[in-house]
Design a protein around this ligand. Structure first.
Ligand SMILES: NC(=O)c1ccc[n+]([C@@H]2O[C@H](COP(=O)([O-])OP(=O)(O)OC[C@H]3O[C@@H](n4cnc5c(N)ncnc54)[C@H](O)[C@@H]3O)[C@@H](O)[C@H]2O)c1
Length: 276
């Protein structure tokens, strides 16, 4: 069974690795073949690090890389399921699914890794539903997949994608569409609050992260987590929560906006609340 992954960034490359690890052939696509190849190189580097730490055999690494084929949008017509992991922007995702519905046969299933956008809106005007398959970062490590359903999502397709998540060793939970679903509805406002504590000068970034690790038993501090997720993604999700609910408690902290404007996005730009 072939799986297509569109978007070879942080999440798309991780998701492709997860499928290849479980024996699926995965076609990885980005805005250009060159970007897709860079995504595969990222996976190769991640696997090489695991081999170095003796957490993966060299044979498994070769098997994973052999299962990932960088490609272009047209190559996805042979895929049974396509998972979209492009930037968190409704217009970009909608236009991508429109193109995919022209390329792929009607039985190809469409899934989105969106963190907070409406699956109902993504599916509107399409010839098939888009189901949320929300992986967590880093996708090869985190066990959860939120299976998110918009209005009128067909049970058969939802059951198939839930089974697929189980087949790759993940734990799916069913979530009805709501802003931020479950994890981000709780997690992202907590991160935004940590940024506000920093903004107000209450404590340093190091102290805030230590406080939450030592006092709340979190495995990673909220600011280091923001850097891992990407501050642009954190801001996108806060904006979705705010726009969808109209509730002022979801206002993004001014410092988060400034960090994004300065391109201090976290690990992916080597600078966020911490330096990398
Ligand atoms: N970063 C996280 O922790 C995280 C976790 C769960 C879900 N998500 C969601 O996953 C999605 C991707 O996030 P990311 O962090 O991987 O972003 P990213 O910026 O690392 O990667 C996005 C990739 O999509 C590519 N892209 C953009 N438009 C495209 C198009 N039209 N066609 C093909 N490729 C295109 C970009 O070139 C880039 O390589 C977003 O919807 C995000 O909300 C992110």
């Amino acid at each position: 069974m072939k799986i297509g992954v569109v978007g070879a960034g942080t999440m798309g490359s991780g998701i492709a690795q997860v499928f290849a690890q479980s024996g699926y052939t995965c076609i990885l696509v980005d805005v250009s073949l060159e970007r897709a190849c860079q995504g595969k190189e990222k996976i190769a580097a991640a696997c090489a690090r695991l081999v170095q730490k003796s957490k993966m055999t060299p044979e498994k690494k070769d098997e994973i890389l052999a299962g990932i084929q960088p490609g272009e949008l047209d190559d996805l017509q042979s895929c049974a399921v396509i998972i979209e992991a492009v930037q968190e922007n409704m217009a970009v995702k909608k236009s991508l699914f429109q193109s995919l519905s022209r390329i792929c046969p009607p039985e190809t299933r469409f899934a989105s890794n969106t963190s907070a956008l409406s699956l109902t809106e993504l599916s509107a005007e399409l010839d098939r539903p888009v189901i949320g398959m929300h992986f967590f970062n880093p996708a090869p490590v985190m066990p959860l997949v939120e299976i998110v359903t918009g209005l009128d999502a067909p049970e058969k397709v939802v059951a198939e994608l839930t089974q697929l998540a189980q087949d790759i060793g993940k734990t799916p939970i069913q979530v009805k569409e709501a802003p931020g679903f479950v994890v981000n509805r709780i997690l992202i406002p907590m991160i935004n609050e940590a940024i506000t504590v920093l903004f107000e000068g209450t404590a340093t970034a190091e102290a805030i992260d230590s406080a939450m690790k030592l006092g709340a038993n979190h495995p990673i501090g909220p600011l280091a987590l923001a850097d891992l997720i990407g501050n642009d993604i954190v801001l996108d999700i806060m904006n979705v929560l705010y726009d969808e609910t109209g509730d002022s408690k979801y206002r993004a902290c001014p410092l988060l906006k400034q960090m994004v404007r300065a391109r201090h996005l976290g690990r992916k730009t080597s600078r966020g609340f911490f330096c990398y």
